[in-house]
Design a protein around this ligand. Structure first.
Ligand code: HEC
Length: 378
């Protein structure tokens, strides 16, 4: 018996009224280190034991508020600093829109944090031993009895006094509880390498399982990316159309947006007769024509249309634009050459807009006049 260390004296009562009475008496006698165990919550017991309100509420408040703060900072970082997107014209920091998330994080932090606080600070997890565990006393108060246990380290502890008090209160039995010697010198097991190893192993297994199952076993594309859709790239063959061509001609009778088909491809005479320059001879149009002429036409025709090609030797020199033939041509006839080309001269229909073509013709007319001015032009 000498190597046993007393933990507490316990008393078992049969009726809930008795335990309330006993609790009042024990707390009234000035004991502080004691506990009452009942198989179910007995009304009025808190009051009888003169228990102060639990401090867990303060922890929950602090954790909840830090959750709110973390929520605000998180959304602030996301929506204002890291990835600001204008949504419906709202400011980046739009508090009303953030409230649901702040609320959720508050609840999450408070709930999880409170449980963790309770486990680690109140229950001293992972230390899961208690001298009362696995005792006859604990078995009885877990079934249908009510018990009170006064610890030996209570300043007022006196075995004889307590025994008399318990019997006086009508206890069915009074018995001592001893420390399990292995546990007397127990240390905080949080830093126990085995416990830390177990935590790490759990984390690795859980995250590994989640990773493998979500990314390998049951991976699904959230939706079909646009780049993965069924389509034919330019010049690609297609198995969809019977002729095997991926590129389709426009549907008959339709024209592409912004595209006016040229109607006089093989009919220069009709172009000469029916097309007229829509532009007026304004400075602006001349300037535009000059710019475009210098870019597109001057390499071969020369800056003044004299056929003095800068590509001399590499490309046949064109005839002069000042010939009587050209001066007699209508604007529509020159337009036709720009549009479809002439012999070795390529078509410029796709490089220049319609406006630019007509402006260039205005400029060519001005060039022609500059060399063959009539008296009336002066
Ligand atoms: C790559 C050189 C080259 C460029 C650039 C070029 N031409 Fe020509 N052009 C020629 C040649 C060569 C001919 C003569 C074709 C032939 O043999 O009928 C010609 C002929 C012409 C004719 C008919 C002349 C005639 O007497 O039959 C006109 C009008 C004309 N070009 C206007 C233009 C205009 C306007 C541009 C600018 C949009 C232009 N060309 C750009 C090489 C060019």
């Amino acid at each position: 018996m000498t190597d046993k260390k007393l933990y507490s004296l316990t008393a078992i009562f049969d009726k809930p009224d008795d335990i309330i009475h006993a609790a009042e008496k024990v707390s009234g006698s000035g004991y502080t280190k004691y506990d009452v165990n009942t198989p179910y919550p007995v009304h009025g017991l808190d009051g009888a034991m003169k228990l102060p309100p639990s401090k867990l509420g303060y922890a929950a408040l602090a954790l909840g508020l830090s959750g709110t703060l973390a929520g605000v900072l998180m959304i602030y970082f996301m929506s204002v600093l890291d990835y600001p997107i204008v949504i419906g014209g709202k400011p980046f920091f739009a508090l009303p829109a953030f409230i649901p998330i702040m609320f959720e994080i508050t609840v999450l932090a408070a709930a999880v944090g409170t449980v963790v606080t309770m486990l680690f600070f109140f229950f001293k997890f992972p230390n899961n031993n208690h001298p009362l565990h696995d005792t006859e006393y604990m078995k009885q108060v877990s079934l249908d009895k009510y018990g009170v246990s006064i610890q030996a380290d209570d300043p007022k502890f006196n075995e004889e006094e307590i025994k008399t008090m318990f019997t006086g209160l009508g206890a069915a039995s009074v018995s001592p509880v001893y420390w399990n010697l292995d546990e007397v010198n127990h240390e905080n097991k949080i830093l126990d390498p085995k416990f830390l190893g177990l935590l790490a192993l759990t984390a690795i297994i859980v995250s590994g399982t989640v990773y493998v199952s979500l990314n390998k076993l049951m991976f699904m594309t959230p939706f079909n990316w646009m780049m993965e859709q069924e389509r034919a790239n330019p010049q690609e063959t297609s198995t969809f159309f019977f002729d095997g061509f991926g590129m389709r001609p426009p549907v008959e009778g339709t024209i592409a947006r912004g595209d006016l088909p040229y109607q006089f491809r093989d009919k220069p005479e009709m172009a000469a007769e029916l097309l007229a320059n829509p532009l007026i001879a304004s400075t602006e149009n001349f300037e535009l024509g000059k710019t475009k002429y210098n870019i597109y036409c001057s390499p071969c025709h020369g800056y003044f249309g004299e056929g003095d090609s800068r590509m001399n030797g590499q490309f046949p020199n064109p005839p002069s634009l000042h010939s009587q033939k050209l001066r007699d041509w209508t604007d529509g006839r020159i337009y036709h050459v720009i549009q479809v080309g002439q012999n070795v001269m390529p078509s410029y229909s796709s490089q220049m807009s319609n406006n630019e073509k007509w402006a260039t013709i205005l400029y060519i007319r001005a060039l022609q006049r500059s060399l063959n001015a009539k008296e009336s032009d002066l």
